[in-house]
Design a protein around this ligand. Structure first.
Ligand code: GDP
Ligand code: MN
Length: 398
């Protein structure tokens, strides 16, 4: 599960990590008031930031520095009325429904800091770089040595000496070292306490030296958290941060029925049981020149209603020009799938070609059911094996 930046900033603040003050708004009218509130204690600089579950906002023009309430209002209006297209959104972009107005800070340097799981070493890892900011992906590609990694002991957690060592390797000096180390320790504690899969601060910034702060100050000005869905049941506070308006509606519906569904860009709707079979079905569709419209694994124990809902979801996608059902009945009996097809045909109807390949448990009963319902599903074609099924559906879609 993902959360917004404004929620991530609250989490950081609750863990004692310094974050500039900010207010989330959902209308253009609220921008001036929020600007005044966050700049009340300091200078005129503020930053207006789109709140969406995608990064790359800075480069897309959806992070803007402003110096007055009017500029803040203009920036908020721009963000709330234009779709954001970034390297992480795809060409159609995403709608912005929430905007954050934060106190602006002067930046002497931008650092990167994150905790995630390293699957190769099977440990959590602290990742840090002195080349943080909007170019971090480019740094990782061009100059991987600029990315520091500190493995974290699974039982002991991040040790203070390890955090200080990373701080030194980032080139931090004087009071900055202690500040950075306590931020790293707090971030790692949050990661563990909340069952995160990612806890990232980018950038962690150093402010310029001043007379009362000769070493500057470290502040988090952007943060991203992802949570392990399997751990969510023990974190009511995290569940409460879920924002369904940021999720794909079809994926949300599927989730309610415990279906593993991921929307894709193609034209062939696929209904399969088992993740491995679903992957190979998508491969073979592509091999024959088709493009899958989705990944859908109905699993072994899906109910009649879940199977019918799966067809409803596939058929409600206007891009779907054909449907391929590929079932290898093990725990899932073929007749339950056949009943789902018949129910969906009765409710919404298959206006597009439907190719069905059934094999395994109760296959005879499944085929007999489909045969008896043939009149109500005129676009139905049976298929022999998986290759035959993929060829048929690709040919039918054209
Ligand atoms: P992202 O592009 O989605 O990761 O958005 P960020 O919140 O990280 O902002 C992108 C960039 O905008 C940062 O790397 C900074 O260079 C700049 N930025 C953001 N907030 C401030 C601020 O308060 N002051 C200054 N000077 N720059 C900022
Ligand atoms: Mn960022």
């Amino acid at each position: 599960m993902k959360i917004h930046e404004f929620q991530a900033r609250d989490l950081l603040a609750s863990a004692g990590i310094p974050v500039p003050s900010a207010q989330m708004i959902e209308s253009v009218e609220a921008a001036a008031g929020a600007y005044k509130a966050v700049t009340a204690g300091g200078g005129a600089l503020a930053v207006v930031k789109a709140q969406v579950h995608a990064g790359g906002r800075g480069k897309a023009g959806f992070v803007r520095l402003v110096n007055s309430a009017e500029e803040a209002t203009d920036a908020a209006r721009f963000m709330l009325s234009n779709r954001m297209v970034s390297a992480q959104t795809g060409p159609e972009g995403i709608e912005v429904k929430k905007v954050l107005i934060a106190a602006g800070v002067d930046i002497a340097h931008e650092y990167y800091l994150a905790i995630t799981t390293d699957r190769q070493t099977r440990r959590n890892v602290l990742i840090a770089s002195a080349e943080g900011g909007v170019e971090i992906e480019e740094v990782a590609r061009r100059n991987p040595d600029a990315i520091l990694k500190q493995p974290i002991h699974p039982l002991l957690g991040l040790q203070p000496f390890e955090a200080r060592n990373v701080a030194f390797r980032l080139g931090l000096k004087g009071k900055q070292v202690g500040q950075a180390a306590s931020i790293m320790m707090a971030l790692e504690r949050l990661f563990r306490d909340k069952d995160c899969s990612l806890a990232e601060i980018n950038p962690l910034i150093l402010t310029p030296a001043s007379s009362d702060q000769p070493d500057g100050r470290l502040l988090a000005i952007d943060a991203k958290f992802n949570f392990d869905d399997n751990g969510l049941f023990r974190h009511g506070d995290v569940q409460a941060l879920f924002d369904p308006s940021e999720e794909n509606p079809a994926e949300l519906r599927a989730h309610r029925f415990d279906l593993s569904y991921i929307a894709l860009d193609g034209t062939i709707g696929c209904l399969v049981n088992g993740a491995g079979l679903a992957m190979s079905t998508m491969d073979i569709v592509k091999l024959h020149g088709g493009e899958p419209a989705n990944f859908l694994d109905v699993g072994g124990s899906a109910s009649q209603e879940a199977v019918t809902e799966a067809f409803r979801i596939i058929l409600s996608d206007s891009r779907v020009k054909g449907v391929l059902v590929n079932i290898f009945g093990g725990i899932m009996p073929c007749d339950r799938i056949a009943q789902g097809i018949i129910a969906a045909a009765g409710e919404v109807g298959f206006k597009v070609p439907l190719v069905v390949r059934l094999e395994g448990t109760n296959v005879e009963a499944g085929r007999a059911l489909l045969e008896s319902a043939r009149a109500s599903i005129p676009t139905l074609q049976g298929a022999g094996d998986l290759g035959d099924a993929a060829k048929r559906v690709c040919a039918a879609v054209g």
